[in-house]
Design a protein around this ligand. Structure first.
Ligand code: ADP
Ligand code: ZN
Length: 526
């Protein structure tokens, strides 16, 4: 049930979270991290921006002692060393850009054995001193970034890279080579020169999982939406991910009442009970597990036929990792992710109220925005998703809801400008509900008390219903035009991205289907 690597996978996830501050591996990272951490020789080909550096930084913390990273990019090395130190990892670099003090500090840390990662510029390998010093310090992993620099025919050839093979032999340590260049000749040269021709474990999978069907739906009645999705797949094993522990119980109950075999699973349950659910999921036919994200690590059931998200995941990485649990056998698998304005608010406030430093929070908002952008995408989701992970896809995949049924869009510039001006005229101090009351000319007590019925924007949005405005605001949040301020009860403030629209310098396309869905639900009251 749980693979032998489960303890290693658990450790890797704990480090991913605690040291690097990420909630999920990007596609491909998890397997590479585990192979490198086990001490295998590895060649990994990943697109630029795919997240290569984590694939050696994280294993470096699992391997005992010192990891040496060879990289030709001095600025990048210095950035990585700085980031690692901020995360509490003993890292240093030996490059031509070092000051004498920096170099002394690195040597000291090497001598007392406290250094975990040493970044080394390739020209350092030319001196016998570095080699001797590394042999004495004891190296348990050599990582080579931009490994294609060893290719004499490539335009990035670095003669000093030819010394890495000798270094590996001298240190007798496993070597992990990374590159974004995938052509077969370059790969052969890397294997010949870095690994003496002994075939390493090679990772060259694109990120795409063509057998996974991708779909998103705005929440209207989430329970009914999940029951409908599961109902169309009765008897097939699936996972429903929920945002809270309580919801796993109620939704599992609802599924059982609908005639499914369904069990709840979350981190608050007794370990014995959790193991029991994992075991039943692995062995029984057609069981549904309704779970928090605690379910999944080390679950390697190959024939999971569907994954549904009853609540929006934390980030685009978490989304892809979670849906990626379906269809491991290569057979077709369906996914559905629900999202609503409440999810966006919740995820934003979780980030803002977390303990992460400001720059990490900004990055977390960015990763959430990426997922929201995917949720409200107007063309092929697969293309959108893979672009985020650095991989080109022509679109028109035929395996997503947008390819199945291209959405109807319309120019939403005017609606968005009305919404923005309602927020600005009320001092960016109110949430969507109150702003919608103003736009639709709804004379609530709060509107009257604040004198907002006298604003020029009062009632200018009567052409849309309350539900339609909610869809507009949700799409605005999804595009990060407005953000709720957790310290002021979710008051919406306008981001820089909204300015060109407000000034009339940019237009915005909105999806009509989510707006129409809102209209069906809640007829406009005039
Ligand atoms: P490259 O493959 O080009 O070397 P990097 O290692 O610099 O890519 O990573 C690219 C970006 O992806 C970085 O901003 C990094 O913070 C981010 N990243 C890497 N792994 C993850 C992850 N598991 N979750 C979220 N972001 C990640
Ligand atoms: Zn598609």
């Amino acid at each position: 049930l749980r693979s032998d690597s489960a303890p290693l996978a658990d450790r890797a996830h704990a480090l991913l979270r605690d040291v690097f501050g990420y909630d999920a591996f990007r596609p491909g990272q998890g397997e590479i991290v585990e192979a490198v951490a086990r001490g295998e020789n590895v060649l990994a080909i990943m697109p630029t921006g795919g997240g290569k550096s984590l694939c050696y930084q994280l294993p470096a913390l699992i391997r005992p002692g010192l990891t040496v990273v060879v990289s030709p990019l001095i600025a990048l090395m210095r950035d990585q060393v700085r980031a690692l130190r901020e995360a509490g990892v003993a890292a240093g670099a030996l490059t031509s850009a070092n000051t004498a003090e920096e170099t002394d500090a690195v040597w000291d840390a090497l001598h007392d054995g406290s250094l975990r990662l040493l970044y080394l510029a390739p020209e350092r390998l030319a001196s016998g001193g570095a080699q001797r010093m590394l042999a004495e310090a004891g190296v348990s992993l050599i990582a080579v970034d931009e490994a294609h620099c060893v290719s004499q025919w490539g335009h990035d050839f670095r003669p000093d890279y030819l010394r890495i093979g000798a270094l590996r032999r001298a240190l007798d340590a496993p070597l992990a080579a990374f590159t974004a260049t995938a052509d077969a000749e370059t790969r052969e040269e890397i294997v010949a020169r870095l690994f003496d021709g002994a075939e390493p474990a090679t990772f060259l999978r694109g990120f795409d999982r063509p057998n996974l069907h991708l779909a998103f739906q705005p929440k209207d009645n989430p329970r009914r939406q999940i029951l409908a999705f599961a109902g169309a797949r009765k008897g097939q094993p699936g996972i429903v991910y929920c945002g809270t522990r309580a919801k796993t119980e109620t939704l599992a109950q609802a599924l059982r009442e609908d005639g499914h075999a369904a069990l709840a699973y979350h981190g608050g349950m007794e370990p014995d009970r959790r193991r029991e659910v994992e075991e039943r999921f692995a062995t029984e036919d057609g069981l549904i597990v309704v779970a928090t994200v605690a379910f999944g690590m080390g679950v390697d059931k190959p024939d999971i036929r569907w994954v549904a998200h009853a609540d929006l995941p934390k980030s685009i990485e978490a989304y892809y990792q979670e849906i990626g649990r379906a269809g491991r056998d290569g057979g077709p698998a369906e996914t559905l992710t629900l999202f609503g304005a409440d999810d966006i608010r919740l995820r934003r406030s979780q980030i803002d109220e977390g303990t992460a430093p400001p720059e990490r929070r900004a990055a977390d908002h960015g990763r959430l925005n990426a997922l929201l952008g995917l949720a409200e995408a107007v063309e092929c989701r697969r293309k959108h998703l893979l672009r985020y992970f650095g991989e080109a896809h022509p679109g028109g995949c035929g395996g997503c809801d947008l390819c199945d049924r291209p959405p109807d869009t319309f120019d939403g510039t005017e609606a968005v400008r009305k919404a923005l001006s309602a927020a600005l005229r009320t001092g960016e101090s109110f949430g969507a509900g109150h702003l919608i009351d103003i736009l639709t000319g709804n004379e609530t007590d709060k509107v009257r008390q604040r004198g907002h019925d006298g604003l020029p924007t009062f009632g200018v949005g009567r052409d849309l219903s309350k539900g339609q405005w909610q869809a507009v605001f949700r799409q605005m949040m999804g595009r990060d035009l407005v953000r709720p301020d957790p310290e002021r009860h979710g008051a919406l403030w306008m981001t820089e991205a909204a300015r060109p629209i407000l000034r009339g310098e940019d237009t915005i396309t909105l999806r009509r289907d989510t707006i129409d869905r809102a209209r069906e639900q809640r007829p406009a009251v005039r």
